[in-house]
Design a protein around this ligand. Sequence first.
Ligand code: XMP
Length: 516
Amino acid sequence: MRNFDVARLGSHETLLVVDFGGQYTHLIARRVREQNVFAAIVPWDSEDLTAQWGRAKAVILSGGPRSVLEDGSPTIDRDLLTSGKPVLGICYGQQLMAKLLGGGLKPVEHREYGRQRLRPAEGAKLIREGGGVWMSHGDTVETLPPGFRAAGETQRSLVAAMEDPERRLFGVQFHPEVSHTEGGREILRRFLFEQAGFSGDWTARNFIEEAVEAIQEQVGNGSVLCAVSGGVDSSVAAALLARAVGGRLRCVFVDHGLMRKGEAEQVVETFRANIAADLVAIDASEQFFSALKGVTDPEEKRRRIGEEFIRVFEAHAAELEGFDFLAQGTLYPDVIESGSRTAARIKTHHNVGALPDWMRMELVEPLRLLFKDEVRRVGGELGLPEEMIERQPFPGPGLAVRILGEVTPERVRIVQEADWIFRDELDRAGLTRLIWQSYAALLDVRSVGVMGDERTYEHPIVLRAVASEDAMTADAVDIPFDVLARTATRIVNEVSGVNRVLYDLTSKPPATIEWE
Ligand code: XMP
């Protein structure tokens, strides 16, 4: 198993999150980093756990889906817990801590799920205020381990929180990282700063300085090629590289003809205005359209588009060959996922197929440590404009996965026009900030309508707007009806080929954000 090596993080004080498979593990790390403390995630069964524990300043044990009462459930070496580092166990983490240190546990009769009221114990170190906390557990600590005292209770859990302040060991049965927990941020803050003594050295400015140095060290006098898409990740990666290696960077942007209306031109213009690097812009839309001719299966579309990118690179080898390094905007969630055993994929999100031999250069991945929100902050600190850093995520295969059925220039036009109107109406209504992604999709069914005195038999457009923190889960945005109605009227009137407009209300799960 590949693990991310904490030793490579330079001088940062590190909070280690030991992952027991909990659904909120990433969120724990993000909440910690929001408080300017670097957090690294390591799986509980990593061979490297002891070494990483040794280098960390403090540790959080995550939640997890198993029961500590089951045989063979995930565990760690008891000596780690008593090695003197401050530890906070969350949910499964608290239960494991109790089990390893001599406490008693039992399954609860009725699973405690959802919001509960927490009453703090007097003098508790991390929990000062009562309030609603988010619970989801099937076991509970019944008797405290020696040296511990209760730090809070709910109606059902007598030990909703426990602590041994002398050894700086803390446990909470609820999830302080979830936004439904009142005062959760404060609990983490007290653990990090009052108990573990972090100084808060993880800031965008420090990151930039260190990343520039690390790039310079890796690249030396070499030259770097960086593919950009207009998205925030590749833009920020390019800006960091430009700062680190200046004229030895060349960027390449391939327009596959599947961007939103006017976007390809805008990406090139914004890049040139803001990033001091040589940009090769290639219009390959016709080539992509012919590769997609007759293809309706979503995965086949992705495969062909990936393959076509490679063909474009090959055709432009003269401009792209001879570089020593290839830059990629890989983010921390991808790094963790590639180190985990259970990376089930619902859709292939790899945008580019196997690279030709001459493109197999050494990789430079300056964003490997960052979550998306941190990439945005770094972009802001680098002075990139809002249109670049606040840009919605856009799938690599572009509108091809928003056009159900065959992708043709005419169908791309329909989606682009409808999408443009939707964006405009959302902008006017001041709703853009609530939205993680919004778009129009074209369906491949037809329905009957009437326009003037004519019967029509045309396609429906689906509007989708979701709120999300990380694209793993998402909810439909509650857009006022008048905004939707105005959008629908405009689309049907202004976009030929459309006679009906629908709004997608489904969350993810069970749906996905994209339609394909
Ligand atoms: P889903 O549809 O799986 O999307 O809920 C989650 C996030 O991933 C984006 N997405 C893709 N991004 N290549 C990409 O680079 C793809 O093939 C792809 N498919 C979906 C989607 O826009 C959302 O942000």
